[in-house]
Ligand binder design. Sequence first.
Ligand code: ATP
Length: 234
Amino acid sequence: MLRVKNLNVYYGGIHALRGINIEVQEGQIVSIIGSNGAGKSTLLNAISGMVKPKEGIITYKGKELPKTPHKIVDLGICQVPEGRLIFANLTVKDNLMMGAYLRNDKKKINEDLEKVYQLFPRLQERINQMAGTLSGGEQQMLAMGRGLMGNPDLILLDEPSLGLAPLLVKTIFEIIEDIKKMNKTILLVEQNAYKALSVADTAYVLEQGIIKKEGDAQEILQDKSILEAYLGKT
Ligand code: ATP
């Protein structure tokens, strides 16, 4: 579904991604794990068109991706950014509707809104609350719900567990598995290696801009060197 070939990204003199190759199969959860500054967000930003690579090709459903973010969104790729970036002064419902602003299929939008409420009952309880007054976990749910309101095929999820209490982390990862069951494909970047590997089909380990390891997520989860290097950090 998505293929990244020889991706190189620089920020001035910093070579943030060094010849990255990844593949995401339709219907899968693919996790990219790695510590702070490994280049995880940069990879998602390059796919969503927010960062311009110096070199490399990204193809989606067999065709090269356009360079502009809104054209990439039009193709059904949605990014849920780190830090959530919700509209603090809008209500929960208005934030969700912002996710559907490119659509005009009203009936389907309402159906998707219902699905989002089923997935996140907490959001439904708070539809008229200002988004800025939600807890961190609720804001994460809102950012994910808003992404789903665009009816994407591929969701780029950046550190969904960041800053959340353990119980909420568990909930968020259960919801990620539920989203997969809605026939969505998910590319997830996470520092919480254990959780990210537990839900994934395929995984990549990113270290200082280079893919150090890749393969079946459950096999990587059993890999002693990975456990030692990354699970201490979760
Ligand atoms: P974290 O888990 O801490 O968010 P990450 O794996 O997502 O880290 P990136 O945010 O992709 O890592 O950063 C990769 C490298 O690129 C880091 O060294 C970072 O300082 C650098 N970097 C990221 N964004 C910029 C920018 N806009 N300008 C300059 N350097 C940047």
